[in-house]
Design a protein around this ligand. Structure first.
Ligand SMILES: [Zn+2]
Ligand SMILES: [Zn+2]
Length: 344
């Protein structure tokens, strides 16, 4: 295909889709093996022994293979059987207090105090990343996300809660053992703000959810669909900012992550696991990030037009001067080709 400048209908971002003619998509994939850090000295094998905070929430697996979740310290079961735990980060980017963040000025600059929450979610196995977790454990991770989200959401000082995962050093993970992060902020982050605004304007003009429209279109065309089940769908976005980027949506119009019922959440979890497994096997195990975009927990009544989703971004290309200087990403793999390679 010839190069195209494409504009994201939600965020307004521009992207240059410029597949390199001389190279096949496979040639952008990494060649080196993943470095496995040994279990000895891992700070997440026995987090509390390694000086981490006590868990905020802990989830264990009983003998019948059913899961018990109790808010710590009410949990009475065998803590050694934990499968998932949420801890407050030892080195938090933001700290919560009993009062909301103050806003102030310093000369020409605006400042909001760094009040918020910064948690990590750890799964038990040292090597099993999200793609390789047993289904029950993968579902439990999302149950933990939702439980913690609902607790933080009661704090009226918080505007937005971001849930994300860094897998591998290129994706920003400083510890090898699989872990996820939840950061809550007193402000709406700029990417979320633009996404909400775009979704709101589209709804105002068309009386439809922009993401539902895209889901319907992708489902009809099939060219970019990577995988779907009854409740969720994954496709490579028409306006991909990175090669092999994938977005996952619940099929039902759901603005709020935290209001998603078990069945729909399990459908999303299943699609996420399949997509990540596909990335691992078909793209030679690259590092990647995934994150949730959802309507915020402040001013909820205004955000019914939004459709929560997960974005998966493999760390394959590096942003250079043009990207930094213009905000326009150059994507060297056509998302249609990316979907062909990732299709399950
Ligand atoms: Zn470990
Ligand atoms: Zn929708």
């Amino acid at each position: 295909m010839d190069s195209e400048l494409r504009q994201d209908i939600v965020s307004g971002d521009w992207v240059a889709i410029a597949p390199a003619r001389s190279k096949k998509p496979e040639q952008f994939l990494k060649k080196e093996e993943r470095v496995r850090v040994p279990i000895e000295g891992c700070p997440f094998e026995d987090p509390q022994k390694s000086g981490n905070n006590p868990p905020v929430l802990i989830y264990a697996n009983d003998k019948k293979n059913s899961f018990i979740d109790k808010e710590f310290p009410g949990y009475q079961g065998d803590l050694k059987k934990w499968q998932v735990q949420i801890l407050e980060n030892k080195y938090p980017a933001l700290k919560h207090k009993n009062v909301c963040a103050k806003e102030f000025k310093k000369g020409p600059y605006s400042i909001v105090e760094g009040v918020g929450y910064h948690d990590i979610v750890i799964t038990r196995d040292h090597d099993k990343n999200f793609a390789n977790l047993e289904k029950n454990t993968a579902n439990l991770v999302f149950t933990a996300f939702k439980d913690r989200y609902l607790i933080i959401g009661k704090d009226n000082c918080m505007a937005y809660t971001s849930i994300f995962h860094n897998w591998g050093p290129k994706a920003g993970a400083s510890v090898y053992h699989p872990h996820y992060q939840i950061i809550s902020l007193p402000i709406i982050p700029p990417d979320i703000g633009r996404s909400l605004k775009g979704s709101d304007s589209y709804f105002f003009v068309n009386k439809k959810c922009v993401h539902c429209v895209m889901i319907e279109w992708e489902n009809k065309k099939k060219a970019r669909v990577v995988y779907e089940n009854a409740g969720a769908i994954a496709f490579t976005p028409f306006v991909s900012r990175e090669p092999f980027e994938v977005r996952i949506f619940p099929k039902k119009h759901l603005p709020f992550f935290e209001e998603t019922e078990k069945k729909d959440m399990e459908a999303v979890t299943d699609v996420l696991q399949k997509v990540l497994k596909g990335i691992e096997t078909k793209l030679k195990d690259p590092d990647y990030n995934f994150f949730i975009h959802t309507a915020p927990h402040v001013d909820k009544q205004k955000h019914g037009h939004y459709h929560w989703h997960i974005e998966v971004v493999p760390q394959i290309s590096v942003s250079a001067g043009f990207e930094l200087g213009t905000g326009i990403e150059i994507t060297v793999v056509d998302p249609d080709e990316a979907a062909k390679m990732l299709k399950i």
